[in-house]
Write a protein that binds this ligand. Structure first.
Ligand SMILES: [Zn+2]
Length: 66
């Protein structure tokens, strides 16, 4: 029997996703997770390479000590 179900891990939530033709959102488990990942990917693109990131939450700006 070669009936193994291939599963992948949802990049967004880490859930196991059956890799099947009818898994429309693979490798994501759902449309929601797919949209979340696309949103983050788009956000990454907004950061223009070569320009310093001006908004770094959680990181104190140590260059303004003078
Ligand atoms: Zn997911």
């Amino acid at each position: 029997m070669h009936d193994e179900t291939v599963t992948v891990t949802c990049p967004t939530c880490g859930k196991d996703v059956a890799w099947r033709a009818d898994s429309a959102h693979r490798p994501f488990c759902s449309e929601r997770c797919q949209l979340v990942d696309l949103g983050e990917w788009a956000a990454e693109r907004y950061r223009v390479p070569g320009e310093p990131a001006e908004t770094t939450p959680g990181k104190p700006d140590t260059e303004t000590l003078q």
